[in-house]
Design a protein around this ligand. Structure first.
Ligand code: N01
Length: 539
């Protein structure tokens, strides 16, 4: 029992904390709170740990952040002992890592799987939450931590006739555990974001024929994935603390080699040589070539045109190449990293359909009718993304003070203090919630920073004998205004993307993550703590 509960003489709860989600956020939250002596239960909808890496098992799924840094750092033993095999490991390896963490820190006994949370209701008298599962179980706790993930509520667009399709329908984020054999089958993929870009080349190798339905072409930088070199691994392991500290000082929590301040400050020759070098190195570090991609359209256009040039070089059919050339600002949508993505369109068994010219009219039993023509297929893959950042939270019926509904309060866009807590929802924390850097950064360090903040906050409350914490409305308003203000400074908030919610029909467009950078955000969180949890009402 926490000191807070003793001093306030509150009714007992089933747990001190309920954590929703057993991905990287939920697992580490459990570890930290249990270390602090709290009774914790993790509730997870899936049948194992791993979150994103449990669900996203489509062919070709792998991380696109360098894995020596896309990993936990809270335990040096863990980062020293776990052997990553590739620069960008596959989903299976990431899932194995998640299970290893659960084994190593004995997390399994406190986690409950195949349990989807349906509702969470705050009771002001007992200062506790009641969490209800879809199967009707009710559990009470002092605190709830939503570690529900930023990209976990998958999106199935309302294609008319979808249920009439005679073949199989798969979503990249809910792939069958035993995999799918596309050999000899005619397949369609709808969607060309990161998931589509990864799965299209792999499906193309297997399928008799693949038709890709593209709405917006994306910028795809080659991954140049490779096995990790043991010397490189040894060097990183020997310097892990310093390298992690260096990463924390970067905008995205990644150690990217930073290029110059402006793409326009150098000659075209020098700039293209820099782009060529980064293209050959591969990966997201292309984004760091010049610092003004998101503030100068002219600078941005130089990178866009470089990638378009590559597409025209790689893709043999000029018409297909033009269709694949993105027209929106570079990096405005999430940059994709792929393996043989553009090369795949040179295959005889692959066709590309532009749904702007040939809109998808309906799904019929034998396939997809688009632009008046039926494309006959045996299997349909939806790589159509997620209701990002708010989707997983809004699916749960979360009721705070006076029965106020989070879903209703967020109808015009999410409002949260630091992306950690929401006014009117005491003792409820969100890991990498809207208004925090989250998806604009390396996710695992961002998750760890949030988990540490929450764990330290609860330890502080315990020491103070406090039992209730909630952001002040004025502090939350101030933070939301700041999040919007910085978003407006960046061109990233100017185009259609899931960052804005524009991929979901009817969703209010608000740039949801905090774009001020990881170091500025962490400093802000620390200042607030140093000022005695400024902006929080703690009693
Ligand atoms: O989803 P997306 P995702 N008709 O939203 C199209 C992370 N991630 O699963 O762009 C036709 O990016 C949609 O078109 P448009 C990463 O952060 C990481 O691919 O909206 N098309 C788009 O092309 C990523 O950004 C990794 O015009 C429709 C696609 O579907 C995020 O997850 C791997 C449509 C959806 O793309 C989401 O990626 C995978 C419709 N009605 C994911 N509706 C790695 O680490 C949607 N689309 C490598």
């Amino acid at each position: 029992m926490t000191v807070a509960a003793e001093t306030a003489d509150l009714p007992a709860t089933d747990f001190d904390a309920i954590v929703v989600g057993a991905g990287f956020g939920g697992m580490y939250m459990l570890y930290r709170l249990r270390e602090q002596g709290m009774r914790v239960r993790v509730l997870e909808a899936g049948s194992s740990v791993g979150g994103t890496w449990f669900w996203n098992r489509y062919p070709g799924a792998r991380v696109d952040t360098e894995t020596m840094f896309y990993s936990y750092q809270f335990s040096d033993e863990l980062q020293q002992e776990w052997d990553w095999s590739e620069r960008y490991p596959s989903r299976d390896e990431l899932w194995a890592y998640a299970r290893h963490v659960a084994d190593r820190f004995d997390l399994w006994p406190d986690m409950q799987f195949d349990t989807r949370v349906a509702a969470a209701t705050w009771d002001e008298d007992s200062l506790s939450w009641t969490v209800e599962t879809e199967s009707g179980d009710r559990l009470s706790s002092r605190y709830v931590v939503m570690a529900t993930g930023c990209l976990s509520s998958f999106n199935v667009p309302k294609f008319p006739g979808l249920e009439s399709f005679a073949g199989d329908v798969y979503h990249t984020a809910r792939w069958p555990e035993d995999g799918v054999d596309f050999t000899g089958r005619r397949v369609a993929v709808i969607g060309t974001g990161s998931s589509g870009v990864q799965t299209i080349p792999v499906v193309a190798e297997q399928a008799a024929h693949l038709t890709v339905f593209q709405r917006t072409p994306n910028y795809v930088i080659p991954a140049h994935n490779r096995p990790l070199d043991p010397d490189e691994v040894a060097k990183i392991r020997a310097n892990y603390p310093a390298l992690r500290a260096q990463a924390r000082q970067t905008f995205s929590g990644n150690i990217f080699e930073l290029g110059g301040p402006s793409a326009l400050a150098v000659s075209e020759e020098e700039r293209n040589a820099e782009y060529e070098r980064r293209w050959e190195t591969g990966g997201l570090a292309f984004m760091a070539a010049y610092a003004d991609f998101m503030t100068s359209e002219a600078a941005n256009e130089t990178a866009s045109e470089f990638v378009r040039g590559k597409i025209r070089e790689i893709v043999k059919d000029p018409e297909t190449a033009e269709l694949l050339c993105p027209r929106q600002l570079f990096m405005c949508k999430r940059l994709c990293v792929g393996t043989d993505y553009y090369e795949t369109y040179n295959r005889d068994n692959v066709d590309l359909i532009d749904v702007n010219a040939s809109p998808i009219e309906e799904i019929v039993p034998e396939g997809i009718r688009a632009g008046g023509k039926v494309y006959e297929i045996d299997a349909l893959v939806l790589a159509t993304g997620f209701d990002a950042m708010t989707g997983a939270l809004n699916r749960i019926d979360i009721c705070g003070v006076g029965g106020s509904s989070l879903r209703d309060l967020w109808a015009d866009g999410p409002r949260a203090y630091l992306g950690l807590m929401v006014a009117n929802f005491p003792n409820l924390f969100t890991i990498t919630g809207p208004g925090s850097p989250s998806v604009l950064t390396n996710m695992i360090p961002s998750i760890e920073q949030h988990v540490d903040w929450v764990a330290d906050c609860l330890a502080h409350m315990d020491a103070q004998g406090a039992a209730r914490i909630e952001p002040e409305a004025s502090a939350q308003d101030g933070w939301v205004a700041h999040v919007n203000e910085v978003a407006d400074l960046s061109m990233r908030s100017s185009c259609e993307s899931w960052y804005l919610g524009s991929n979901i029909e009817g969703k209010t467009r608000v740039f949801m993550p905090y774009i001020g950078g990881f170091p500025a955000y962490v400093r802000k969180c620390e200042e607030i703590v140093d000022a005695g949890y400024a902006g929080f009402d703690m009693r």
